[in-house]
Design a protein around this ligand. Sequence first.
Ligand code: C2E
Ligand code: CA
Ligand code: CA
Length: 624
Amino acid sequence: MHLTLAPSGPGDVKRDLEVLVTDLAGQLLAVTSMTAPQACTAVLRELVEHFDVDACYLRRNDTVLDASVLVAEWPPRAARAGPDPMQVVPFRDGATVLGIRAHPREVVFAPVRAETYRVLGQAVSSNGHTTVAVPLRTGSATVGVLGVVVRGERSWSPREIHALQAVAAFLTHLHARVSAEERLRFLADHDELTGLPAQHVLLTELRRRLAAPEQHPVGLVHVAVDRLKVVNHSLGHAAGDEFLRVVARRLTEAFAGDLVVRLGGDEFVLLLGEPARLGEAEQAAVRAQRSIAAPVALKMENVGRTASIGVAVAVPGRCGATELLNRVAQASTTSKERGGNTITCYTEQMHTEDAVRTDIEMRLRTAVQGHGLLLHYQPEIDLRTREVVGVEALVRWQHPVRGLLQPDSFIGIAESTNLAGELGRWVLQEACRQLAAWRRARPGLALQLRVNVSPVQLITADFVETVAAVLDEHDLAGPLLCLEITEHAVIHDLATVLQTLRGLKRLGVQVAIDDFGTGRSSLDQLKQLPVDTLKIDRGFVHNVDADPNDLAIVKSIIGLAQAFGLDVVAEGVENEPAAEVLRALGCPTAQGYLFSRPVPPEELERLLDTTFAAGLGAAGREAC
Ligand code: C2E
Ligand code: CA
Ligand code: CA
């Protein structure tokens, strides 16, 4: 080892060194990870010039590669064909001085080995060179090395060595800052759990592909692991996380040329690298399904999960990135709704349905404020006398473009967009206004009004007060109104619903359970509920004269109603034989196309003024 220390130099050299160190420190302060390589090269160049040496290099220790990696050097070596052997030098290949791993604490003076020199290039010859290697240290770790190569013997004064150490310290700080910055950038661009690229990387790439001038179709596959919750609950969240990491790894391996991204939770998206039509994207989905299917060993258990997969394809210019992502997620949700372990392709039909839904959603708010909603009324008939004993108010929407809409196309949207309460208030108000008007025009009219109520209305705090106020406003007695609720609404939040029902009872308002037989309310729950009527679902009624299963169900519901002292109404009566069977079974009241379809109020007035007889079904049908 050549360790030649010269005595301290004259005063101006000392100042010179201080100026150099301060200068370099200043230069390094403003450096970012983007400008670091050039800045380091500039520093090395100044060192070469100042110390009049042959070469300087800066290397960092890479713990993952277990190697010393070149960061910057001066002077640049002549370009050579093939990979640069100095770029990454594994420690096991003798990079001890270059990477200074073996002598981490001290400055090392060492002869440059011939083979090392050969790769340093022709700027220096292969004999009689020494290197001064100054470690870059943070705490107890050596993170790299600042190297100075000099031809022949050169004495180094302690001040010069200190100056090199000071520069090495600045470079260490820079290294720490750049690493932190790079780590932050990595975290921002990657999912922390799986290390996959983050969602915004997907969006950027998707936008780029969908803005491309070529009309190549872009294929997306959305993968949602089925029932991951069960893994989290039974084996713990760490096991769930490990499962997701395995899925990420398998997808990355299976889709090497594609972009695999985790959206969060149990959802992944694959952006296919090659242009893909729907069929090809579907093939990719099958591969994804297979790669997830193999069991994963977690905590001594083999855990197998399936996936709900969606596929969507779009041609540039016809669909935005967010929209395509929504489409593929929707297809995946459809797979989940079908019970999971399924692939669903987003089709033109889904696209049309989507467009309708979005349009309805946008206009419904105005409609609910009373602009465009209207009520049709469907009578309820006493099966023995064929008299109209009640009417059900059924909401319609005169859509500005799509014409008259039936409730099935907008009630669900109202419920999912918090508009159900407002819609319900409008219906109640309008139906009560109408009943009051009919009663004024026909003194003594014995007609009960039935109004459908959304589940959300039943758990709204002031629902009972609203009903009371509306009845009061139109001077209607409580028993003239019957609210129809579904079993589903009741089971949802039994305690609150019970409170509401008791409040309604105090007003004398009646309550019917709609679509009875389709829900799962138990006898016990039924006993607790202060309801007055069961309305047998039309699904069991319309074929009751022909289907023995339906007959059995209808029979048992009627029996149940009688046992509990409840009224019973059969809805969906479409023909005389069905009406006859119901009458024979002791069902007092019915509703259905046989008697009348839901009709506008003027039409109902005509029906009210007629005596219902056997032929009325035809009249009702004509009215529509
Ligand atoms: P629902 O309460 O079961 O209403 C009865 C539905 O059955 C009505 O459909 C009616 O037209 C139809 N119907 C009546 N008789 C027959 C028949 O003989 N055969 C067949 N196949 N169908 C028959 P509509 O008017 O389309 O209403 C559908 C659903 O929309 C209603 O089912 C109800 O759940 C909901 N709905 C209607 N109006 C309102 C409302 O004001 N508020 C709330 N929350 N829901 C409403
Ligand atoms: Ca109803
Ligand atoms: Ca019903």
